[in-house]
Design a protein. Sequence first.
Length: 360
Amino acid sequence: MPQTNRPSRRILIGTAVLLVGAATAMWFHANKDPGTTDGDVDSASPTRTTSSPSRPRPVADVEAVPPGTRIPEPPAGKAWGPSLKAALAEIFALTNENERDRRLQAAADAVDLADAPAILSYLMAFDEDDLASNLVAELDNRILARWAEKNLKAASEWAATARDGTMREDAIQTVIRVSAAADVGEAEKWARAIPDEAGRAFALGALIEDRTAEHPSDALRLLKELPAEDANPKRDILINISAAGWAHDDPAAATEWARKLEDSPLKAQVISGIAITMAEKDPAAAAALAVTEMPAGQAQSDTVVSLVQRWALQDPEKAAAWVEQFPAGTMKSAATRTLVAAWTLKEPDKATAWGKTQSP
């Protein structure tokens, strides 16, 4: 991202000079002899030049690739090789983000898509954790997006069999995004047909991420096929996100699905997320879910406190009546403090009076 910097003194002085120059030119035109033309120079007037001011250089706001960074030689005999290598050299040297972005897009647009497989295979030589590789990955993604939009079948075939690496993963994600937008069934079918296990798992993960926001029930169905958390750290996170999203649209269905999970920390997390989502529309039902479906412990206590906070903003008196039913203990104390703090924002006198009725 470009950094927002205060204008330097040099820039401010330059701006002032330009403004003074513009004012002088306006005065000259307003007071010159009507018989003279712009091309005439009065002998008593200072000599004027007619050349336009040079275009200001783009502000340097991003880091350039270190000089001397090696750009691998493209395959011999390829017409696109010299121009692509030259474009990469120019992009690597840029220090203005807008100009760099423009050049990246121009380089991607210049690719003849018939050459896309060979060019993408060449770009896979850049697969390090450095700035040059990051920029090449950006170029790669733009080429892949063009290719997938124009010829999804060809792009899919390349992504399914390409050499392992971050560029292949980018290709798989692009194919999933484009194909799922057209036909999610075909996207899933393609993901399952990838020949290697690692590629299949990555493709299914990409499809899950694509479906999580808008179609969480689809995502949850696919998530069951991914390895457990030890093998895929993102799995449990995606399950929680998908379940909460499903609860927003259909809390009963999401809750019924969560009940069928094996008892585990994951199940408690899922039910917690569903309850907190439900609290936006039905805090009483959310409270009942947390109390009846979650095992006693820190996770339940934290969920209850979150629910009390939300309920207090909608109907603090009903929230208070619920908290009063809690047995004395850490959870009731935390819920009471949370309720009083939230209630005070709306009705400080009532909040204070109720708080005094609760035993410490």
